[in-house]
Design a protein. Sequence first.
Length: 436
Amino acid sequence: MPLMDAPTTTGFGAFVRDARELVVQPRMGFGPPRRMRRGLRATRDADATSVGTLTLDSYTRVGDLAAARRAVTEGTDLNGYPLLTHGPAATRRMLRGIGGPGFPVQVRHGSAAPQDIVRGLLAAGLHATEGGPVSYCLPYSRTPLAEAVHHWTRACELLAEARGPGPEPHLESFGGCMMGQLCPPGLLVALSLLEGMFFVRHGLRSISLSYAQQTDPVQDEEAVRALRALAAELLPGVDWHIVVYTYMGVYPRTPSGARALQDRAVALAVRAGARRLIVKTTVEARRIPTVAENVAALETSARTARALPRPDRAAADDGRDTQVYAEARALVEAVLCLGPDIGRGLLTAFGRGWLDVPYCLHPDNAGRSAGFIDERGRLGWSSVGAMPIGHVVTPRPAAALTSSGLLDALHYVETRLDLGELAGTGAHREPAPAGS
C-alpha cells in the first residue's frame, strides 16, 4: 500500500480533514449546466461547511450515452448531470469560479464500469468521486463481480495516475450502504474497509469510508467507531475519513419524521467522530428536492451539529469492544487471509459465501444470509450462511422474516418516525459489548 510522506495539502480529502466542524454535503444533480451551477453555488454559499455534489444521470451511469445525448438535444429532464455528454469544456465553464480548494466538488454516479466517467471528470478538472467494485455492482447492476473488479481496478489506476501538483485524487467507498437497509452493520463496516483497502492497493492515497445510518442510534454509533478503529489499524499512512449517509432506506413521509431522522444522522456523525455527512431533505420520500430545500437541509444540519457537544477524543476512538467490531474484523481478516490481492480476495470470498449480502439478488451473491430487526430495534442475523462469523454471532433462525415481516422491516424507520415513536435523536446509551 502506498504510504504518504506527509498529509495531502489540497483536494477533497484535505478539505474535509482540515475542516473545523462537520462537513455537510447534499445529494444533488441537474441536467442543464446553468441549473447545476446554481445548485453548486447555493451549496457553497450555505451557512455551513459544505462540499459540492455532481450526481450523474442514469443514462451516463449505465453507459447509454446515445440516450443521454438524445435527452439533452430534446430538452428532456434528466435525473442528474450528463457529464460525458456535456463534455469537459462545458463542465469547466459550469464550475468556473465555484469549484476549487475552498469548495471541492465530488462526482457521484453509481456505475459498475466507471472508467469513462473517471476520464471525463478528470478532463473537466475534478478529482473526487465514489463507488467501489462491490458496492456499485451487487445492488445496482447485473454486471459479473469479476468484471466490476476489473473495471474498478482500472478506474483506481486512472485516478492515481492523475496525481500531480494540484488536488490529490480522492475516492469514497459506497460499501457502507449496499442495499440501503436490513444489512447488519458488521458486514457494512467490513465491505467499506475492504473497498478502501482495494483503492489503496491500486494507488489511491486519499479515501473515505462510508456508513449508512440504520435502525438503532446506539448500534450505528458502534459501527462508525468500529470503522474508525479498523481504518486506523489497517490503513496506516493513508489520508482517510468517515462519511455518514443519512438513512438510505424507505424514508419518513412527514416533515417531522424526516427532520427527526436527519437530526439522528447528525448526532451519529458528531458523537462517533465522522467528518462528513450526506444530508437529505424533508421532501425526500415524495419528490426530488429543490435547491432551496437542499440548502435548508444543509444549514439545519450544520446548526444541529454546532449545538452538540464534541465527544471526548479517546471515547470516540474506542470502537473495539463491541459486537459490530468483532463481526467486521472477522470478515476482513477472512478476506485478507486469501492473499495480498484484495480484488481476488473479494471474488473468492463472495464465491465461497464468506461475504453474503442479505436480500441481494445479484447472481454472484450467495443469498444465504438474512438480517432482522430485534426487539431493541437493532439489526441482527437470522442466518449467517457460510460467513466466517459463527464464533462471534449467535444467529436467530426463528427470527427469519416472512414476506409480510420483510415489508414491515423495510418500513420500520419510516413508520415509527412518522408516528413520533423514535422522535429526536434518542436517549444515549453506552455501546453494547462484543457478544451481546
